[in-house]
Write a protein that binds this ligand. Structure first.
Ligand code: M6R
Length: 609
């Protein structure tokens, strides 16, 4: 999604804005631009394309010289990616950058057109710029506040008023925006990594609050224009955590960070060999009365929820339904008081997940958020919260966030089973002890399977379509494997419950079609093997991800390639088995010449519906 940055201070604004925007590239974008106060005029340079295109254009047209400005990376929503549609946009006295969607922009555009205003672009953003200009009354903060009443939707804005060349303004509703501060300088940004090079101190702008940034400092007012004091936060991520650290891509760096991410996530939540979630407001007393659980999320986070369903139901016998957030919110879901709704989200800002959580609250459910981004909207609004402590995940393809979401799902399922009395303390102690061994197990898989996955990926490069199959937990995991591959390699793939293949999908199998089978659950391995034999006899090239125990018993020729992973507790196998699937996706992407960190059409934080 779009990225906003802004700077006020002594430094060369071009450098700071473009550098900060480069830290938001992971969000996905198709054009970029900056606006800088230069000799009291606002100079805009913008272009379709990537930041390198913007850098080239800045060289070509000459950098505006100045120390105060705003910048933007655009992910097209209204109007195609083009120079004209790129941000910043202006009314004559006002220039803005914008993230999010103005739902009533057509109505506003008609109104402004009737007032004689004309528009250059197709964007909803230009409508806001013109509206601000139309309403401008000499007082920027009052003007912004008045316009907020006219705007519907979720958005964040960085704003410059020509008459006030010593400051920039920021406001947001729903879409995230932070205000960073350091000595003699201040920043706005859509996300913390953009400013880490300059400062770790920041304020979280709340809905409808307006920030004014000058060299003398930052001030805030609420929607009633009353001055407010805000709590200064300090990011616990340093700049290095948001850099590639010698790896060619963030995706492979983040795959390698998984052992640490699991350890960091689980260790503070284990006490005396048992799950300990009390610091997260989760106690056995609170848990024992929940009779229904719904897990709501999108994409990879939803796949973590699928694993959660199997584990929670197995251990505590509480029925769990898993829903895609965009479906949940529009289908009048059956949720009532006394239900628990779990929202899983890396960014904590996914528009559909946030809306689903609000709906669940409206219906009287208790909400538990499992979120990675600190202070994000979902984290702040949930009744209970467990942070996944994966650190910043920059690659669009989620890897370490997924593995930590799984880790939290296990901790929660163990705690719930204890609260419900469905599993004895000794068994939970055994499971916790197995969970504590997972960081080493994941490290072992990375160390021992990477080369093989790299090799197998060379066989997938030319594939047009793939199938992922598995049963039970392996099926839940196949969904994630398939999504990972398709998003970073652009090869069509589907995941299928292995037993369901013969009800239609097996007709897709052709000579040489790759089928990736996951078989880690001992009791159903023979069933999955039968399905592998079925696809193999129809010409499929089978890549089998299975436990070492399973591999030992495989008959010659069942699979074309086997990736063996160490056997751990069966229930925990998705944590290790996902690693080869991530590596296969990563190397297939790289072999196809794609940047896995920034797949086309995708955004890291999906803050629009
Ligand atoms: O930030 P969230 O976890 O809420 O994001 C949900 C999905 O958009 C995300 O998992 C997406 O599917 C990833 N690109 C998958 O790698």
């Amino acid at each position: 999604m779009c990225g906003i940055v802004g700077y006020v201070g002594p430094k060369d604004c071009n450098e700071v804005l473009v550098d900060a925007l480069s830290k938001l590239e992971y969000r996905g974008y198709d054009s970029a631009g900056i606006a800088v106060f230069s000799d009291n005029e606002i100079e805009i340079v913008k272009t379709k394309g990537k930041l390198d295109d913007l850098r080239n254009k800045l060289k070509e047209v000459g950098k505006p010289s100045g120390n105060i400005g705003i910048g933007h990376t655009r992910w097209a929503t209204h109007g195609e990616p083009s120079d004209i549609n790129s941000h910043p946009h202006s009314g004559s006295r006002v220039t803005i950058v914008h993230n999010g969607i103005i739902e009533n922009y057509i109505e506003l555009k008609e109104f402004l057109t009737a007032q004689g205003r004309t528009f250059l672009s197709e964007t909803d953003t230009e409508v806001v710029a013109q509206l601000l200009d139309y309403r401008y009354n000499g007082d920027p903060v009052k003007t912004i506040d008045e316009c907020m009443a006219d705007l519907k939707g979720s958005f964040a804005l960085g704003i410059m008023f020509k008459d006030f060349p010593d400051r920039i303004f920021a406001v947001r509703r729903e879409s995230p925006l932070i205000v960073g501060v350091a000595k003699g300088e201040s920043f706005i940004a859509s996300d913390v990594p953009a400013i880490l090079k300059y400062t770790r101190d920041y304020y979280l702008l709340e809905h409808n609050e307006i920030a004014t940034l000058t060299v003398d400092g930052v001030s805030f007012v609420n929607e009633y224009l009353q001055p407010i004091e805000k709590e200064l936060k300090t990011a616990d991520w340093d700049e290095e955590a948001a850099e590639k650290g010698g790896y060619p891509h963030f995706m492979i760096k983040e795959i390698n960070e998984q052992p640490t991410a699991i350890r960091t996530t689980i260790m503070p939540r284990i006490k005396d060999g048992l799950p300990y979630l009390e610091e997260n407001g989760i106690t056995p007393e609170k848990l024992k009365d929940f009779k229904n659980i719904t897990i709501v999320a999108c994409g990879t986070a939803m796949h973590a929820g699928m694993v959660g369903k199997y584990v929670i139901e197995d251990l505590s016998r509480v029925p769990v339904s898993v829903d895609i957030a965009s479906e949940f919110r529009y289908r009048n879901p059956i949720i009532s008081e006394g239900d628990l709704v779990i929202i899983i989200s890396q960014s904590g800002e996914t528009a559909d997940s946030l809306a689903a959580m609000r709906l669940a609250k409206q219906k009287g459910a208790t909400t538990l958020a499992i979120v990675n981004a600190k202070g994000s909207s979902i984290a702040r609004e949930a009744d209970m919260l467990i942070y996944t402590l994966a650190g910043p995940e920059i690659s669009v393809a989620s890897t370490k966030a997924y593995i930590t979401q799984l880790s939290v799902m296990y901790l929660f399922a163990f705690e719930l089973a204890l609260a419900k009395g469905t599993v004895g303390k000794a068994e939970i102690e055994r499971l916790i002890s197995a969970l504590m061994k997972m960081p080493e197990a994941v490290q072992y898989v990375i160390d021992n399977c990477e080369e093989k996955c790299k090799y197998i990926a060379t066989k997938l490069v030319a594939a047009e379509s793939l199938l992922y199959i598995g049963r039970g937990l392996d099926y839940a995991l196949s969904m994630e494997g398939s999504l990972k591959l398709k998003e970073v390699s652009y090869i069509h793939s589907e995941s299928y419950a292995a037993g369901e293949l013969k009800h239609g999908t097996i007709s897709l199998i052709d000579d040489g079609m790759p089928v990736i089978a996951v078989a880690t659950q001992t009791d159903i391995i023979p069933k999955t093997i039968s399905n592998i034999v079925e696809v193999k006899s129809r010409g499929a090239k089978v890549i089998l991800v299975c436990t070492d125990a399973c591999a030992r018993e495989l008959k010659e020729g069942i699979a074309d390639y086997v990736v063996e992973i160490p056997h751990s507790d069966e229930m925990l196998m998705p944590i290790t088995a996902v690693v080869p699937l991530q590596l296969l996706a990563y190397y297939t992407s790289v072999n196809r010449g794609i940047d896995p960190d920034k797949p086309k059409n995708l955004a890291k934080s999906v803050t629009v519906e």
